[in-house]
Write a protein that binds this ligand. Structure first.
Ligand code: BV8
Length: 249
């Protein structure tokens, strides 16, 4: 990583009153959560690429298989803890250094909240929750009978699905609006561990840039966002975020 670029990125963060953060699967990689892409491979389940198994159509076509996929993801997550990248963001948010420090994530692993971050905008929902297909009741999947798949809604008796946004589904209007507003108001936009391929989350850094914010990309690899970034910090989130956000002594 270019130390000069880290120094100038740190200076931008020091000057900022409002920071907007967009994270993707890469920030959880060092916690042991598999990423979807990167490293030349794509996440596959039962021979299906994740865009297929995690698509809206599968809820109608094969809800038990969707639960098999998410039960596997939840089991994987049970061994994963927040890493120094999550911790650095939570600490910066809680430090009082900034008027606004908004974290929006594409991840469904809940690790930002587990690290102590507050009011995290979970753009794609949370894999640890289930949602009723009919009445919309939400509950932690761990609080439902383990052997019952698909789970039965304790309120209305209908089938339940994982409370995530699948490919082909609209994001919660309030969530994406809050994220857009925060991106439009920030002076610094941190983009951490995302391939910047998934719409509409991938538009958010461009909203920030259009409003004059400095965009700081933190990723070992180049992405389609790199040409639009003010600073491209090449490396792992768990190393870069503490170096970027820890206050100079
Ligand atoms: C919607 C929940 C309206 C489920 C997820 C054609 C062109 C353009 C768009 C589309 C298209 N066809 C369809 C679309 C729309 C589609 C889309 O964008 N598709 C993409 C694949 C082209 N989007 C949608 O469907 C969205 N809804 O648009 O509604 C609509 C409706 C109908 C039809 C059209 C439009 C809904 C998207 C939400 C999908 N749900 N998750 C689940 O988890 O199973 S998205 C899923 O991908 C995850 O949430 C994941 O976070 C997200 C994005 O991936 P990334 O987070 O970026 O992860 P990735 O692995 O790709 O990259 C990791 C990065 O980290 C890499 O760059 C790597 O280098 C880096 N990294 C690795 N290690 C580290 C690191 N970085 C830092 N530190 C490290 N240590």
């Amino acid at each position: 990583m270019d130390q000069n670029d880290l120094t100038s990125a740190r200076a931008a963060v020091e000057r900022a009153c409002r920071v907007f953060v967009l994270t993707g699967a890469g920030i959880s990689a060092e916690s042991g959560v598999p990423t979807f892409r990167g490293g030349g491979r794509s996440l596959v389940w039962r021979g299906m690429p994740f865009e297929q198994i995690s698509s809206a159509r599968m809820v109608n076509d094969d809800l038990p298989l969707v639960w098999e996929w998410f039960d596997h993801r939840i089991e994987t997550l049970s061994h994963c803890k927040p890493n120094p990248g999550h911790a650095a963001l939570a600490e910066a948010q809680g430090s009082g250094r900034f008027d606004e420090f908004t974290i929006a994530t594409q991840n469904v692993d809940g690790l930002h909240a587990e690290a102590g971050a507050r009011d995290v905008i979970e753009l794609h929902g949370n894999a640890r929750r289930a949602r009723c297909l009919d009445c919309g009741f939400r509950i932690l999947t761990a609080d439902l009978p383990a052997g019952e798949r698909p789970p039965v809604c304790p309120v209305c008796g209908s089938a339940m699905r994982p409370d995530v946004v699948l490919f082909g589904e609209m994001l919660d209007a309030g969530s994406i609006a809050s994220a857009r507003d925060a991106a439009a108001m920030c002076e610094v936009c941190l983009v951490v561990g995302t391939s910047a391929l998934v719409y509409p989350a991938n538009e958010l850094p461009h909203v920030a840039a259009a409003a004059g914010a400095a965009v700081v990309e933190i990723n070992p690899e180049d992405t389609p966002l790199t040409p639009f970034s003010t600073h491209a910090l090449r490396g792992a989130a768990g190393e870069i975020l503490p170096a970027l956000l820890t206050r100079a002594a």
